[in-house]
Design a protein around this ligand. Structure first.
Ligand SMILES: NC(=O)c1ccc[n+]([C@@H]2O[C@H](COP(=O)([O-])OP(=O)(O)OC[C@H]3O[C@@H](n4cnc5c(N)ncnc54)[C@H](O)[C@@H]3O)[C@@H](O)[C@H]2O)c1
Length: 253
């Protein structure tokens, strides 16, 4: 029970990595506050977790993010852990074929949303003198990703935020790290690979992704979530400002 009694905020908790992270934190004793732009999806995950509650939250709405953090503090008096996980991708496309609207949407959720979360969470954690935050970046936050340029730009920005926040908050006892997964089996990956699936079939699409990975396969959600919990773990007290690839070796080559 590494997180017994800790108050934890997880964004984008209605699906995929966010939902699995919320379940894992709850299983290790945390009181988890789940949020998602799809409030019903967050509520469905929360209903199975003891002491958890949920809210509808669009992370690109900075005022709503502030109100959500205020509500957590009003109810629990503190915020110990945060997983800034909400994110979206865009369809695979060359830069010249990517709509500006798609670029703006990805930046609004992935980068502006991550900034808005930090902006609301850090004052609380700095004032209490403790806290740990994980930002869900991506292997595409560490290396370029052709046909995913807007997404990669947003995730490079998330890595920059994590490193900068670590510098600002470390002396106040707050640690911020970025976890950088590669292709992980969630609904996001299904959306990303729609074009590949249409062309090669579902198995063929997976084969093409797997062929790029030194481990020769995509990741299961649990393989990423265990790293998120490891980075949050109070025993990991000297880890901050790190951008950690959990990517089957993709960024090693
Ligand atoms: N799956 C992968 O291959 C992969 C790889 C690298 C990084 N990531 C990152 O991991 C994170 C989680 O992705 P996932 O694979 O679980 O995706 P997912 O699509 O399964 O889940 C993302 C969740 O975020 C929510 N969301 C979308 N826009 C939102 C907004 N504006 N405000 C609040 N919530 C919003 C969605 O409703 C959804 O529940 C994302 O930041 C993603 O970029 C995923």
């Amino acid at each position: 029970m590494r997180f017994e009694g800790c108050i934890a905020m997880v964004t984008g908790a209605g699906s995929g990595l966010g939902a699995q992270t919320a379940r894992a934190l709850s299983a290790e004793g945390a009181v988890v506050v789940l949020s998602d732009v799809d409030g019903a999806a967050a509520a469905r995950v929360a209903q199975d977790l003891p002491k958890a509650w949920s809210a509808a939250l669009d992370v690109s709405d900075a005022a709503a993010v502030q109100a959500h953090v205020d509500a957590i503090c009003a109810r629990h008096g503190r915020l110990d852990l945060a997983v800034n996980n909400a994110g979206i991708a865009h369809g695979l496309a060359l830069i010249e074929d990517t709509d500006m609207a798609a670029f703006d949407a990805v930046i609004a959720v992935n980068l502006r949303g991550a900034f808005a979360c930090l902006r609301a969470q850090l004052p609380v954690m700095k004032a209490q003198g403790s806290g740990a935050i994980v930002m869900l970046a991506s292997a595409a936050g560490l290396a370029g990703a052709g046909r995913l340029a807007a997404y990669a730009a947003s995730k490079h920005g998330v890595v920059g935020l994590a490193r900068s926040a670590a510098d600002e908050a470390g002396r106040s006892g707050v640690r911020i790290n970025a976890i950088c997964p590669a292709f992980t089996e969630t609904p996001m990956l299904e959306g990303l690979t729609t074009a590949l699936t249409e062309r090669y079939g579902a198995a063929g699409a997976r084969d093409r992704l797997s062929a790029r990975m030194p481990l020769g396969r995509t990741a299961e959600t649990g393989e990423i979530v265990q790293a998120v919990l490891w980075a949050l773990d109070p025993q990991n007290s000297f880890l901050t400002g790190a951008a950690i690839p959990i990517d089957g070796g993709l960024t090693a080559i």
